[in-house]
Design a binder for this molecule. Structure first.
Ligand code: PRP
Ligand code: URA
Length: 224
């Protein structure tokens, strides 16, 4: 099937898996359900995050051609990621839920962490801590399941750029995004590529994504 990446208002690149993967709605219905137990939420969230990381890697601009011969002596050519130049950066806390699958799929990657929390009253991001490997010439993948206003991701992107990452080498893998957050990011960082499992309608007054799924970190880690 031919697929065209979605465009945000700024026309920068956004990949939304639900535009073309048939399995996405049937997985999301479980994590959107307010009655889902923590175990149920985790089971389906893990399956979605696996898809995001696996499919997201296919959009990374660090691939080289590879040609192999099958046991039936047929020659097959495709492309493969150079995994040794990838850095994964989780935005603590919810971003840590994506690390398991990320490290399983890309064991060569080095891992950084940035602790950013949204202030519950103002919804503004507060940066507490970062620990990062060298970012020069690296592909840097931000991991955080939720892209709401984009404030947390933009704070993380600026930290990464200040530490030597090239904006065009930064990717943001998430589970749910919305147009406001995407446009906010792309108005300041048009070269950051965003890969989302799905894009929801928008934000409510409390800056929660709608229809959304509530607080991802609380539901994944059982702290609601
Ligand atoms: C959530 C989420 C993102 C942020 C998204 O984290 O994991 O980091 O909110 O919202 P934004 O796009 O409006 O910044 P939160 O600060 O609630 O902390 P948590 O990871 O502990 O749940
Ligand atoms: N963070 C979440 O976990 N959920 C939202 O809807 C918005 C921010």
């Amino acid at each position: 099937m031919e697929t065209t990446p979605s465009k945000s208002a700024s026309q920068a690149e956004v990949v939304v898996l639900s535009d073309y993967l048939k399995c996405i709605p049937g997985l999301f219905v479980h994590i959107r359900d307010e009655t889902a137990s923590t175990i149920e939420f985790k089971r389906y969230a893990d399956r979605i995050m696996h898809l995001v990381v696996e499919e997201g890697l296919a959009y990374i601009d660090n691939q080289s051609p590879i040609t192999i011969t099958t046991p039936t002596k047929h020659v097959v050519t495709s492309c493969s990621n150079n995994c040794s130049n990838i850095v994964g950066v989780s935005i603590i806390r919810a971003g840590d839920s994506m690390l398991d699958v990320f490290m399983r799929l890309i064991p060569e990657a080095s891992i950084g962490k940035i602790l950013i929390q949204r202030d519950e009253a103002t919804c503004q991001p507060v940066l507490f801590y970062s620990k990062l490997p060298s970012l020069a010439d690296k592909i840097v993948i931000i991991l955080d399941p939720m892209l709401a206003t984009g404030g947390s991701a933009m704070t993380a992107i600026q930290v990464l750029i200040d530490r030597g990452a090239l904006e065009s080498n930064i990717y943001f893998f998430n589970v749910v995004s919305c147009p406001e957050g995407i446009d906010n990011i792309h108005s300041k960082y048009p070269n950051v590529k965003i890969i989302s499992a799905t894009m929801d309608k928008g934000l409510n007054e409390q800056k929660y994504i709608i229809p959304g799924l509530g607080d991802y970190g609380d539901r994944y880690f059982g702290t609601q």
